[in-house]
Write a protein that binds this ligand. Sequence first.
Ligand code: SF4
Length: 290
Amino acid sequence: MDGIREHLDALLASCDAESTRSRDPVDFVHGYDAPCDQEVVGLVAASLAFGNAVAARRSIDRVLTILGPEPAATVAGASHAELRRRLRGFVHRIYRGEHLASVLWRAGELLREHETLGKAFAHFHREGEGDFREGLARFADALRGHVTSRSVRHLVSDPRAGSACKRLVLYSRWMVRPADGVDLGLWPIAPSELVIPVDTHIHRISRNLGLTNRRTATWATAEEITAALRKFDPEDPVKYDFALCHLGVSRECPSRPDPAKCEQCVLQDVCSVWTTGRGKTPGDFSEEIQ
Ligand code: SF4
């Protein structure tokens, strides 16, 4: 039986990135040319990629309209009061305009101090002695500032706290992975350091493939899945994330085996849910992912 890497590579090759991107929040980032704008738009889009996808897109669109055609200049030039005024009345799930204004104002401070958010991240990465999780945690600390609001702590979560911090990690994937029509390769960090953004889809499919056995989507789960993927591509372990995630988002990967979908799936031979669901013994790929 073919190995997991070969099947993941087949999934990657079969993913129509351009049309899939149009349904992904990263698409907003590609509407801007200047890297500094792409960084700020990415921060907004990743932070609000929470809850119903249609509602999230509407909220992201509304915030970007409020910030205008040069969002980085707006964020870097506006006072906290000005950003609060602009975002007054904005609501997305548990977030209010004031919460987003607080984070964007802090992002503006980072832009004024470091010129780009990528340079700011690199600064925190160095302060964290090159540890990706610690660097990301320090970057998140800077975006939260001294605000203790529960919503702001949820909007920009803390990787040290143990959760998978999916949206923050997703943002870093967009900014760090090489430009490939989806990700942008803007930040001076090696893609090999990235951790996979784990949501319910990545968690479920990773369990199907035996990349993790953990039952909850924690930071440890993200690290375990990433470590497994690193065996397939040490330089760029999270390159499979976009295709895997959209296999779940598109509902092409059901939570229970469904012949109508699974028989078309390029991962079927290495998916324990499908092979055991059909009475077969799943392949032993343990050596491959250890
Ligand atoms: S075989 Fe079915 S359950 Fe397994 S990954 Fe593919 S679509 Fe999902």
